[in-house]
Design a protein around this ligand. Structure first.
Ligand SMILES: [Zn+2]
Length: 329
């Protein structure tokens, strides 16, 4: 496919615009190119490559039959640690459009996206949140002045990313604008129901038990949106080492407040969280592992948890059950 020379200037322009917007998050920019400078001129379906499951799903749902979406990181894959393999690089080179989460979720692919954005439409789905300086973006002090990338756990926030992605597709392929718009509205309807479901279900947990403890700090947005206190043994990136003092503080809190359960994550070894159980039991507090949550990936293919809504519902069900009655799954 022929591509305009103007695409080579886009990343620089994008950075200038971000600088003019007074954004202080140097180093956390997605470096994605401006959607308005690319138009699809190839043969359908549009070849799209996405990094994570939630990103791939939104693009598939909006694009429908006009897109063919490939996902680089499957179920159980940790995006913080993911290094692209040779076949990923070829897929990225063959793509018409690339979508990634951004906000440094795919920490080891940042340079590659900068490179890709030089000659093809490359978008971080969270870029709009950043450009609008969305007040809901979390800036955990321990994450070196960067935003928390786990935005998909707040369904309303993620819905805004879905709108942004639809806007990029509409501009990239205006021929099918009506279809994309219709698909967008349908998907947003499902997400709105999902958001209500999360609010209603979490509210069923007794107020003093609304404490969510997981292996790494992936549920900050979830907690903020649905009313849970959230603690991760590790920080925002699963790459971080566990701080022993932090571990002990959490352990003491579990015992003192009688929190019935902690949760393992699908992409992190269970021992990280299981290490809390024995010391609590030794101290006379019967702590349970409340089940497995999908922190950074969707559930296995062929299960109900393999979709974004299925994954969120699984997490909510697991959390409500374990924290309400104190019994693990
Ligand atoms: Zn994470």
């Amino acid at each position: 496919m022929q591509r305009s020379l103007i695409t080579f200037t886009v990343p620089v322009l994008g950075l200038l615009l971000l600088a003019l917007a007074g954004c202080s998050k140097a180093g956390s920019h997605s470096h994605s190119s401006s959607s308005s400078d690319h138009r699809f001129a190839g043969e359908y379906p549009i070849k799209v490559v996405c990094t994570t499951g939630p990103v791939a799903e939104m693009v598939s749902r909006i694009g429908g039959e006009n897109v063919h979406v490939e996902t680089l990181m499957g179920p159980g894959v940790d995006p913080h640690l993911y290094r692209p393999i040779a076949s990923d690089i070829s897929k990225l080179h063959e793509a018409d459009v690339i979508y990634f989460n951004g906000l440094h979720l795919e920490g080891r692919m940042s340079d590659l996206f900068v490179q890709m954005a030089r000659n093809r439409a490359t978008f971080a789905v969270t870029e709009g949140l950043q450009l609008r300086a969305d007040k809901r973006l979390r800036e955990p002090p321990e994450f070196a002045g960067m935003y928390d990338p786990h935005v998909w756990h707040d369904v309303a926030l993620w819905s805004d990313c879905v709108r942004d992605v639809a806007a990029t597709l509409l501009k990239f392929d205006p021929t099918n604008a009506d279809a994309y718009q219709q698909n967008l509205e349908e998907y947003l309807g499902e997400l709105s129901d999902l958001d209500s479901y999360c609010k209603e279900e979490i509210a069923k947990i007794p107020a003093d038990r609304r404490v969510l403890i997981t292996a790494h700090d992936a549920f900050g947005y979830f907690g903020k949106a649905y009313g849970l206190e959230v603690f991760g043994l590790k920080g925002i990136s699963s790459e971080e080492e566990i701080d022993l003092q932090h571990h002990e503080t959490i352990q003491k809190m579990l015992i003192k407040r009688g929190i019935p359960a902690v949760f393992v994550e699908s992409a992190i070894a269970p021992r990280t969280i299981e290490a809390l159980v024995e010391p609590c039991r030794d101290a006379g507090h019967d702590l349970k592992v409340g089940g497995e949550l999908y922190a950074d990936a969707l559930g296995p293919a062929g299960t109900d948890d393999s979709t974004y809504t299925g994954m969120i519902r699984h997490n909510v069900r697991t959390i409500v059950k374990a924290l309400s009655d104190g019994s693990g799954e």
